[in-house]
Design a protein around this ligand. Sequence first.
Ligand code: C5P
Length: 314
Amino acid sequence: MRSYTLIAPAKINLYLEIIGDRPDGYHELAMILQSIELADQIELEANDIQLIRLKCDSKQVPVDRSNLAYRAADLMVEEFPDSFATYGGVDITLHKRIPVAAGLAGGSTDAAAVLVGMDLLWKLGLTKSELEELSAKLGSDVPFCIGGGTAIATRRGEVLSPISGLQDIYIVLAKYRSLEVSTPWAYKSYRSLYGGSYIQDKESLTTRGSAVHSGEIVKAISHQDVKEIAEKMHNDLEKVVLPEYPQVLKLKESFAKYDILGTMMSGSGPSVFALCESKEKAEEVKINLRNEIPDDDLELFVTKLINHGIQVVN
Ligand code: C5P
């Protein structure tokens, strides 16, 4: 049986601005997405039995159709019925390392890995942009996860412009294992509080979306100026998540007490990260935070920014 092993990195948001509504119920966004080294490992094996089967080593992760990795395989079956008939289904094994429901695109990156892996298993030869187009059907973050690195993401989050990559910059990442924030809730709450200030006309939305390309944080990224990047980080969803989840606010306040460059919630949370000057500093901050909050439920990781998305190991 042919098989592939893939590495599926998580992402953080260095920038997330909600600029308007969309007729499909989603939001118009201006974001900067960044891959990090913390990753899941995914094994795919052709099974010859016309079935998709999914296993995972984490009890927190469902292994039915509600799992985005399963839905990614299902999408491939739907799109390429001849290949399904020729090669059969696929056995997917997820080795979960990325915290779930964390704002780190854990499910999205697993789905991206399934698309990349099945393209190889079925010898389809899809291009990156074909894979990205297909993946947008699964979720707004999935297209970014395919190529990863550092990218400006606009519209629903699926229109991507890769920018000069940041790498070897260390972060500490914190997430309460049992704390989950619903992404639809976060966006809905934001709309009800701040929807009045959304940009309404199409032209202004396009202009605002384009403006992020010449924004201050993009300039800082192009100069690899980590201090400036840390200063210009922003996430609109903090305005609704922090007041509702005091534990998340406390994490930000605790990080800020240490020698870090900046701290921000990722996506709709509840994970919070702190940009650090060096790996040593990040390890020190992790120890300090662990001493301050000796709660087993709090997961802490030292990881770094990387310049790639899905990678095939074999
Ligand atoms: O696309 P995805 O399924 O990852 O999005 C999860 C939820 O986040 C959506 O159901 C929606 O409530 C919200 N969302 C949004 N606008 C976006 C992306 C996501 O409102 N551009």
